[in-house]
Design a protein around this ligand. Sequence first.
Ligand SMILES: [Zn+2]
Ligand SMILES: [Zn+2]
Ligand SMILES: [Zn+2]
Ligand SMILES: [Zn+2]
Length: 140
Amino acid sequence: MAKQKKRKGSKWLDPNKEGQGHGRRSNRYCKRCGQTVQEVRILKHENICEDCVEELREKQGGEYACKGCGKVAPKQVQENDGYCKECCCRACGKPDPEFVQKHGFCETCFELIGTNCRKCGKEAQAQVQRNDGYCDDCAE
Ligand SMILES: [Zn+2]
Ligand SMILES: [Zn+2]
Ligand SMILES: [Zn+2]
Ligand SMILES: [Zn+2]
């Protein structure tokens, strides 16, 4: 029979696959509080447990969780000065959570980019926003 398909999109470690071996290394645990995958769900890529994710999300500390939306994404947050990718302008990288989540750009860039292609000047709002300021032709 065909192998069972991986559960799609699960960002949690599977306790049935983890911690079965012996020794410390075989046991995945939360890097903050030390709970193991057998006790609580743990985020695959971050090694942070569900309880800590909850706590961090509430704190929005900017170390593990985004200061803007609370998303727990340590790598993004460290790269973007305390904010996750979704809260940073796609063009200049400046964090502007509320505006960026709505428009994909910070307010400055949004006005700058507006609705016209930065290269050829063609008005094509949807294309321009999709291609970070360029129309489909110029984005290629
Ligand atoms: Zn934890
Ligand atoms: Zn965010
Ligand atoms: Zn910007
Ligand atoms: Zn163009």
